[in-house]
Design a protein around this ligand. Structure first.
Ligand code: G3I
Length: 376
């Protein structure tokens, strides 16, 4: 067989939906979703480019390995509802269609979030905060338009994102300032009315922190006492080489499960770079310095080993709690696409995801696939 014939075939084999050999492997390895089968759904966040190029290697890798999908950005208010009387569903439609075509559990992210909020949402024509009545009406209209459009197709929604602070108080967002605590139950009610079958989630970062953990527990109790549906807590899971501890993360899994909700790891990634901030709040940025971008040409073996070992420890933790953890979702496909390259410092080279910049599985992922192939 000549090169012209061989290369496309090899390429197709590597990235197609069928079990395919990985470089250097004799036997084909199963996909990640096979390794996680019977434990939890394994999902990823997808970006607009991937969805607009369904035949590219990235999209093929996504459909091969994952059985859950969430839009990284295009369902956020600013993207999907940029002006009060204008929605833009084009990118979101592509995500939902791609998920359906590949038999995936499609998650909507996110309905009410202070960040990436369309600028008009909480303000009147003169730029002043709208009244409580107007905001309630806008929230209802926004939530119900988006949820109804994907009724029966998007299976679960991050209804409210990042509303609680580490000390357990409410984040001072426009929603809170105008409506007080009421905005959370309202958002859940509106979403449930629009799709009574859809699962509804509260999603946040830094969920290992005791103050926020307790606040989330209080929130679950409050919603349940009012008869409001909440199915799961999303623990985002933005980690680094030292943060969080397995123990504290596990305590939160137990605390949420004890309230009778499911737990989902919704935005898992692990930075391999020096600590700057543990916030996932996109406005908490810092200036670039070469010293905090130490691995522009690749991760040294020692750091790679540490990263892979720690990722495996967390994966094993999730498996131990697979009775309550129903989905483990990574926040992006490969290192080249990760938001961590630009946060909290713009232009760094980070290594936080399951696939490297050449779309090859990281060592701990390959190991999981080998174990699955061996029936472990
Ligand atoms: O789409 C524009 C593009 O038109 C423009 O040319 C480019 C120039 O910078 O910006 C593009 O928008 C960026 C967008 O990502 C798409 O790439 C925004 O600037 C950037 O702020 C935005 O960042 C996203 C961030 O949320 C804010 O919405 C990240 O990709 C996304 O990973 C991140 O995800 C959040 C979760 O939704 C919630 N939890 C925390 C997590 C990390 O912050």
């Amino acid at each position: 067989m000549d090169r012209k014939t061989l290369f496309p075939l090899l390429f197709a084999a590597l990235f197609s939906g069928a079990a395919a050999p990985l470089a250097g492997q004799d036997a084909p390895l199963p996909p990640l979703k096979e390794a996680a089968k019977g434990k939890f759904l394994i999902g990823t966040a997808v970006n607009d480019w991937q969805m607009a190029h369904p035949d590219a290697p990235e999209a093929r890798l996504i459909s091969r390995h994952f059985n859950a999908i969430v839009a990284e950005n295009c369902m956020k208010c600013q993207s999907i509802h940029p002006e009060e009387d204008r929605y833009d569903f084009r990118a979101a439609d592509r995500v939902v269609r791609f998920g359906e075509e590949n038999g995936m559990f499609v998650v909507g992210h996110c309905l009410i979030w202070h960040s990436q909020l369309a600028p008009w949402f909480c303000k009147d024509e003169s730029g002043q905060p709208v009244s409580a009545e107007v905001l309630r009406r806008r929230m209802k209209e926004h939530i119900q338009t988006v949820v109804s459009r994907y009724r029966g197709r998007v299976k679960g929604w991050d209804v409210v994102n990042e509303a609680l602070l580490e000390d357990g108080s409410y984040r001072r967002t426009p929603f809170y300032e105008i409506l007080g605590e009421e905005f959370i139950p309202l958002a859940f009610r509106y979403a449930h009315e629009a799709d009574p079958e859809a699962e509804l989630y509260y999603n946040d970062y830094g969920m290992d922190v005791p103050g926020r953990r307790d606040a989330v527990v209080r929130l679950i109790r409050q919603l349940k006492s009012q008869g409001i549906r909440i199915d799961a807590v999303g623990m985002q899971g933005h980690m680094d080489l030292d943060y969080p501890t397995l123990e504290r993360f596990e305590q939160s899994i137990r605390a949420f499960a004890a309230e009778g909700v499911k737990v989902m790891v919704t935005e898992w990634d692990m930075s391999a770079l020096p600590f700057v901030t543990h916030s996932a709040n996109i406005s908490d940025t810092a200036a670039y310095r070469r010293g905090i971008d130490p691995y522009p040409d690749g991760l040294p073996d020692s750091v790679s080993r540490r990263w892979n070992g720690r990722m495996r420890q967390f994966y094993d933790l999730f498996v131990r709690h697979a009775d309550v953890i129903t989905r483990v979702n990574v926040w992006g496909l490969s290192d080249k696409d990760s938001w961590k390259n630009n946060f909290p410092v713009h232009g760094r080279h980070d290594y936080p995801l399951l696939f490297d910049r050449s779309l090859q599985p990281k060592p701990f992922v390959r190991r999981l696939l080998e174990e699955a192939a061996a029936g472990k």
